[in-house]
Design a protein around this ligand. Structure first.
Ligand code: ATP
Ligand code: MG
Length: 386
């Protein structure tokens, strides 16, 4: 078992604190993504795990052994960078051989007389390993080419291949797809997920792209300001965010947010419409709340009761769906309404539309951004309004 464990990791660069107490256990063989906005400390955390950066405090363990003082090469982790970092003057095969040849150098030096024999046998073994790996990555026909003669996706695969031949205990990947064009990136996402299933090796993957994290990982850790806000399976993070910042960061289109409030009598209001009384002793207090929900609105006719009107300020055509951005409440609030292409075609920019609220999953966040556990009655009220 080569589970990885990070505990109490803090990192400061001078007076700047970048990581503030990270605790993270990575199971052997899982695909874990560190996702968060730019500058939140993802790369720093990955570099600490790789041994390229020392934590200010905290412990890194691999397979139950503290490795804080272990050199990066001895940790047997393979790092794949956004920039590929291939040697431009070497062929793909030579690039892929490099880690194996480097590893064997001390051994060859100790047996000078038998050197040529060992070198030949070893070369054959290494070449076999390179070919096997290249086959998995579907670049076996490109082994003689130089990196400059490859497409972005092929270069990325060669860089992965060079990491794979070492049979590391884990792959650490820092935004490995961000240099690729959009369609290749989507293609490579499924290839990486497939590769992970085939290799059954731990992947720790860094990205600022929430869609990448949602589509590929077993679990994702949402990071902000040097902390992990939430760690969980992709659908748990999407459907059950514990904080407003997580809810707003994950998911496309962005979650719809409506202002809501509770008055002294326990009456809840949302969109200026009263909800029925909150009878139970739920943790809600009088005050302002934000009510969030995904996919909550539908277009409707003008005379549908409790519908509200708004102006279409943007129309996003995604092919299978169209997202209408509708400004409501004197344009101070925007909602995204998902419609079918047929429905979307009838609506134009600037048009006034009527929106009806759907009974759907709604969440209430307090002023501090924390998700509130609602009593059933209020949760039902909110779902009805949102
Ligand atoms: N060597 C350094 N010296 C000083 N500050 C640093 C150093 N390395 C990183 N930082 C700072 O630490 C913070 C986190 O950086 P990091 O590279 O980990 O972010 P990130 O989440 O990977 O962002 P991105 O998505 O843009 O790659 C940033 O504010 C960055 O400026
Ligand atoms: Mg980074």
């Amino acid at each position: 078992m080569t589970a990885i464990s990070l505990s109490g990791i803090e990192k400061s660069f001078g007076a700047t604190s970048v990581l503030n107490g990270i605790d993270l256990d990575i199971t052997d063989g899982e695909f874990l993504t560190l996702v968060g906005p730019s500058g939140c400390g993802k790369s720093t955390l990955l570099r600490i795990l790789a041994g390229l950066e020392a934590p200010t405090s905290g412990t890194v363990e691999i397979g139950g052994i503290a490795v804080n003082d272990m050199r990066p090469a001895r940790r047997n982790l393979a790092m794949v960078f956004q920039s590929y970092a291939l040697y431009p003057h070497l062929s793909v095969a030579q690039n892929m051989m490099t880690p194996l040849k480097l590893r064997d150098l001390p051994f060859a030096g100790r047996l000078p007389l038998l050197g040529p024999f060992f070198a030949r046998t070893r070369y054959k073994a290494i070449m076999e390993q390179v070919r096997d790996t290249a086959q998995i990555l579907k670049i076996d026909h490109l082994l003689d080419r130089k990196p400059g003669q490859l497409s972005g996706g092929q270069r990325q695969r060669a860089a992965l291949g060079r990491a794979m031949v070492r049979k590391p205990v884990a792959f650490l990947m820092d935004e490995p797809l961000s240099n690729l064009d959009a369609s290749l990136r989507i293609h490579m996402r499924s290839e990486l997920a497939e590769l992970h299933r085939a290799l059954k090796t731990t992947f720790v993957y860094v990205t600022h792209d929430q869609a990448e994290a949602l589509t590929m990982s077993d679990r994702m850790a949402v990071m902000m300001d040097g902390q992990i806000l939430q760690l969980g399976a992709s659908d748990e993070i999407y459907n059950d965010p514990r904080e407003l910042r997580v809810a707003e960061f994950v998911g496309a289109p962005k979650i719809n947010l409506l202002p809501g409030s509770l008055d002294k009598e326990g009456h809840a209001h949302c969109l200026d419409l009263p909800l029925s009384t909150c009878h139970n002793r739920c943790p809600c207090r009088v005050g302002q709340y934000r009510i969030a929900s995904r996919d909550i609105c539908r277009l409707c006719d003008k005379d549908v009761s409790e519908s509200f009107s708004g102006q279409v300020v943007h129309k996003e055509n995604l092919g299978a769906d169209i997202y209408l951005h509708v400004a409501i409440m004197n344009a101070s609030q925007r909602l995204v309404v998902r419609v079918s292409p047929a429905e979307g075609r009838t609506v134009s920019f600037g048009q006034t539309v009527h929106v009806r609220r759907e009974r759907g999953q709604a969440m209430v966040f307090g002023k501090d951004g924390r998700r509130l556990e609602l009593s059933r009655s209020l949760a039902e009220d909110v779902a009805e309004v949102a």
